[in-house]
Design a protein around this ligand. Structure first.
Ligand SMILES: NC(=O)CCC(=O)C(=O)O
Length: 258
């Protein structure tokens, strides 16, 4: 998704994409990190909202209901009391809020000659895992930098999740080397599907996003991948996919060898 400085335009553009995704047969729709705001700490207070009473929450709830989809509303800057969080909301097809994830690992980075970013200047970290069900499919939710922490994905796996979802905003320094590597690693480590959705590249933005949203299967195979620009990827995940690779058999063999 393209994300600009006009909050209302970002929201209405997201709503149109949700509708397009539904028309292409989607049942679960995922938006990118910070989809209603430019990604930058100086923007977060101005663009922040209370959840679930803010205008972005209301719009997401209505979009989920109108299109009868599960909707992971990327993330938005959340204002809660005197604190700010980077928060993802999940809506069911009746428009109910069924899950809320506050980014646990804040993105604090300073690469000499490269990207410098300090979410912790403004944001507070979340302190819990966020799991929800879509029928028989159990989903674990993280936000962007959370995906670097394999321990978190492994805790989700221990709760029996089938799919990990990460709304994200990787950048032009770390994206080329790490984005695909991390997504495929989390999939193979945990034998789960991984979906990660990054905002489209805008070369004029303060923070230039890497794009390349991706869906990976439990064998680490990339099922779908966007490029730098806005795109709508529609994929199907099914439990049968696990058996394509005879995984239980392979693991049994490995155990025997060990
Ligand atoms: N929005 C983020 O958390 C960015 C994470 C990132 O780019 C990374 O390299 O990690």
């Amino acid at each position: 998704m393209r994300i600009g400085r006009n909050k209302l335009e970002n929201i209405s553009h997201a709503l149109k994409l949700v509708c397009d995704a539904k028309q292409k047969g989607s049942y679960l729709v995922v938006l990118p990190e910070c989809f209603n705001s430019p990604y930058g700490t100086k923007y977060f207070p101005e663009y922040s909202e209370k959840i679930p009473d803010g205008e972005t929450s209301l719009a997401l709830s209505k979009a989920a209901k109108d299109n009868s989809v599960y909707l992971i509303g990327g993330s938005i800057p959340e204002k809660s009391g005197s604190k700010y969080y980077n928060t993802s909301t999940v809506w069911d097809p009746q428009g109910n809020l069924i899950c809320k994830h506050q980014k646990v690992h804040l993105f604090d980075i300073n690469i000499a000659g490269g990207v410098k970013f300090q979410e912790s200047e403004i944001l507070s970290p979340g302190d819990r895992l966020s799991v929800f069900n879509i029928g028989p499919c159990k989903v674990g939710l993280g936000i962007c930098y959370d995906l670097r922490f394999h321990e978190m994905a492994s805790l989700y796996r221990k709760q029996g999740i089938d799919l990990l979802v990460y709304p994200g905003a990787f950048n032009m320094n770390t994206g080329p080397l790490h984005w695909e590597l991390l997504l495929r690693s989390r999939a193979v480590d945990n034998q789960v599907f991984v979906a990660a959705v990054c905002g489209a590249q805008d070369k004029n933005a303060d923070y230039v996003a890497w794009g390349h949203s991706m869906l990976v299967d439990p064998w680490g195979k990339i099922m779908l991948q966007a490029e730098f620009q806005e795109d709508l990827l529609v994929g199907e995940i099914s439990e049968n996919k696990f058996y394509d690779y005879n995984l239980p058999l392979i693991f049994y063999d490995l155990c025997c060898v060990a």
